[in-house]
Design a protein around this ligand. Structure first.
Ligand code: HEC
Ligand code: HEC
Ligand code: HEC
Ligand code: HEC
Length: 214
């Protein structure tokens, strides 16, 4: 056999070998790699940037149904209502508002409607030092009793600030207290934690779970 014929034979042999290898890879003859699990999308609840509640201010701003906020459709101006108290000196929910949940402070220290609402005009809020505010200005009402939290909020270390980092370029906006706290029962509700990151392989996810991860 001459050299040329030998070379041709070797090259043809190699070509056949590689073709055989490639078709065996395509047919997955050696071991079936585990298919990657389909990653479920994170529940939209966890990516939603809305606050935990809709305040009166937000309801008015967004043009929602404000009929509950129009106090004077049922109450008469300059005709102060009368509150009733039970034996423990806790305010009894008025007949017109049986659905309210009043729980402000650990010992219900702030349940008197007129600590916040104006006695003569129910449609207004009134601070202890006599300033009248609209329902949508409640952050200033909270500020009148919760000075330290309000100063933290003004400094941007309580609540949520959005908008421009550099205020020379544009303004910032802050969520009001009532966007996160229900004025009548202000303890912040507990939230469900968002799921952890996805492990690519089912098996590593199992070991992760076994170690107590999420
Ligand atoms: C759909 C009608 C209705 C609307 C709207 C309404 N109320 Fe009342 N409210 C009532 C009724 C009825 C009572 C019970 C009156 C009674 O017992 O004499 C009441 C009682 C009260 C009382 C107890 C003292 C009182 O006047 O008897 C307060 C405080 C009060 N409401 C605040 C408010 C505020 C603040 C708003 C608006 C944010 C409001 N209400 C909106 C119907 C309404
Ligand atoms: C700590 C202050 C505070 C106290 C105490 C308080 N309120 Fe309010 N109330 C508010 C504020 C602020 C709003 C506006 C709500 C918002 O922005 O979501 C409001 C809203 C309301 C509304 C209309 C919206 C709704 O939740 O139905 C009614 C009715 C009402 N209050 C009645 C009462 C009654 C009756 C009492 C007493 C039993 C009372 N409030 C005690 C601060 C207070
Ligand atoms: C008239 C005074 C007064 C006003 C107005 C007032 N608070 Fe309070 N707040 C209190 C008192 C008193 C406590 C109870 C403190 C304690 O238990 O040690 C309290 C407690 C709280 C707590 C702790 C809740 C808990 O269960 O531990 C939060 C949150 C809160 N207030 C938020 C607000 C918000 C938001 C507003 C405005 C809508 C507001 N407060 C308006 C007097 C007030
Ligand atoms: C973006 C949401 C958000 C806003 C806006 C917000 N808070 Fe809070 N606030 C929280 C959370 C979350 C907690 C912590 C609750 C916990 O630890 O259980 C809290 C806790 C509190 C407490 C409980 C005591 C403390 O210091 O931990 C008070 C009082 C309070 N906030 C008052 C206010 C007042 C007043 C404003 C407005 C000036 C305000 N918050 C605005 C989310 C908010």
């Amino acid at each position: 056999m001459n050299v040329d014929a030998k070379t041709t034979l070797v090259l043809a042999g190699l070509t056949a070998l590689f073709l055989a290898l490639s078709s065996s890879f395509r047919a997955s003859l050696w071991g079936n790699p585990e298919p990657l699990p389909v990653l479920p999308l994170v529940d939209a609840v966890f990516t939603n940037t809305a606050t935990v509640r809709v305040s009166a201010a937000e309801l008015i701003r967004s043009g929602g149904d404000t009929s509950n906020l129009e106090c004077n459709t049922c109450h008469e101006e300059n005709k102060p209502g009368k509150l009733e108290f039970d034996a423990k000196e806790q305010v009894v929910l008025p007949a017109g508002h049986p659905d309210l949940v009043m729980q402000h402070g650990r010992k219900n220290r702030n349940e008197n409607c007129y600590n916040c609402h104006d006695e003569a005009n129910h449609a207004l809020l009134r601070t202890r030092d006599g300033h009248k505010l609209k329902l949508e200005e409640s952050t200033l009402l909270c500020a009148s009793c919760h000075g330290p939290n309000y100063r933290d909020w003004e400094a941007g270390i309580h609540g949520r600030t959005s908008g421009h980092w550099n205020r020379q370029i544009g303004p910032i906006s802050r969520k009001g207290c009532a966007d996160c706290h229900n004025p009548h029962a202000p303890a912040f509700p507990s939230l469900k934690p968002a799921p952890g990151p996805h492990a690519l392989h089912a098996r590593s996810a199992e070991t992760h779970e076994a170690k107590g991860g999420h």
